[in-house]
Design a binder for this molecule. Structure first.
Ligand code: F6R
Length: 240
C-alpha cells in the first residue's frame, strides 16, 4: 500500500486530480471504477474544470460505479444515477452509453446479472474508493465475503446513520443496495482510496495496520499489488 498524507484537503484533491488527468491522457479509453458519496465530489469538480480548460477529454472513457440504492427512482436526487449525472457526467463529454451503474429499480436479481455481465467484459484500470466509517468499501459491509461479486446488501445501521445527512430524515435512507463485490473490486489493475476527516481515522488505522479480516472489508486492500491511499492529516491521525 502506498500512503500519501496531505496537510490540507485542497492539496490532496489537487494531487489525486492530477493523477487522474494524466492517467486519462495516457489512455483515453481508460476503464474507470467510480464512487459516490461526499469523498469524490471535490475530485469530480476538479475533473470538470480540467475538461472545461481542455486539459482532458472523457470521450472514450468507460465507467463502472460501485453501487446503487435499491428502491429510489432514478430521478431521486440521492440515487447514485442522479448523483453521477449531477456531479460529473452532465458536465463532461463522456458518452453516457459508456457509463454503468447497477440499477436500483429493476428486479434486483436482474439488475445484478446485467451489471455483472457488463462488468465482466471489461478490465477496470483504476478503481476509486471511499471508505465507510465502519470500514466498508462499495456497500460491502463488515462480514461480507472477500469472494463476493455483485450482490444485494442490507446497509449497516451505521451506514444508514452516516448517509442520513443527505436525506430529510433517517427513515428516508434506503436500507438495501446493490454493490460490486469485494472480489470484483480487487480485480482492478490499480486502486485509489481517498479518506478524509477524523470520523474515518479508526477505519483507516484498521485498514492499514489491522488483520486482513472480513469484519473490516477495506483490510483486503493490504493484499492488492497497486493501491494508493490519499489521506488528509485527520484521517491519518491514528496511523503509526
Ligand atoms: C459510494 C460508496 C461508499 C462510500 C463510503 C464513504 O459509492 O461505495 O463506500 O465511498 O460510504 O462515503 P462518504 O464519501 O460519503 O464519506
Amino acid at each position: 500500500m502506498k500512503i500519501n498524507v496531505f496537510e490540507s484537503k485542497e492539496e490532496l484533491y489537487k494531487s489525486v486530480s492530477e493523477f487522474y488527468i494524466k492517467a486519462i491522457n495516457d489512455k483515453p479509453n481508460i476503464i474507470l471504477g467510480l464512487a459516490t458519496g461526499t469523498t469524490p465530489i471535490p475530485l469530480y469538480k476538479n475533473l470538470i474544470k480540467a475538461y472545461q480548460d481542455k486539459l482532458v477529454s472523457f470521450k472514450d472513457v468507460v465507467t463502472f460505479n460501485l453501487d446503487e440504492y435499491i428502491g429510489l427512482p432514478k430521478t431521486h436526487k440521492e440515487s447514485y444515477y442522479s448523483f453521477m449525472r449531477a456531479q460529473l457526467f452532465n458536465h463532461i463529454d463522456i458518452n453516457l452509453d459508456n457509463t454503468h451503474i447497477p440499477s436500483g429499480t429493476l428486479e434486483p436479481s436482474e439488475a445484478i446479472k446485467l451489471f455483472q455481465k457488463e462488468f465482466d467484459s471489461f478490465q477496470v484500470d483504476i478503481q476509486l474508493l471511499g471508505l465507510g466509517s465502519n470500514g466498508h468499501i462499495g456497500f460491502n459491509e463488515p462480514g461480507t465475503s472477500f469472494e463476493s461479486t455483485t450482490h444485494q446488501t442490507n446497509l449497516a445501521k451505521s451506514t444508514i446513520q452516516d448517509n442520513s445527512r443527505m436525506f430529510d430524515s433517517v427513515d428516508e435512507v434506503p436500507t438495501k443496495s446493490i454493490t460490486m463485490g469485494i472480489k470484483d473490486i480487487m480485480r482492478a489493475s490499480s486502486i485509489v482510496m481517498i479518506a478524509t476527516g477524523n470520523q474515518k481515522a479508526e477505519a483507516v488505522y484498521k485498514m492499514v495496520h489491522g488483520p486482513v479480516d472480513e469484519s473490516l472489508p477495506a483490510s483486503i486492500l493490504q493484499k492488492h499489488k497497486d493501491v494508493t491511499i490519499y489521506l488528509d492529516k485527520d484521517a491519518a491521525s491514528l496511523l503509526k
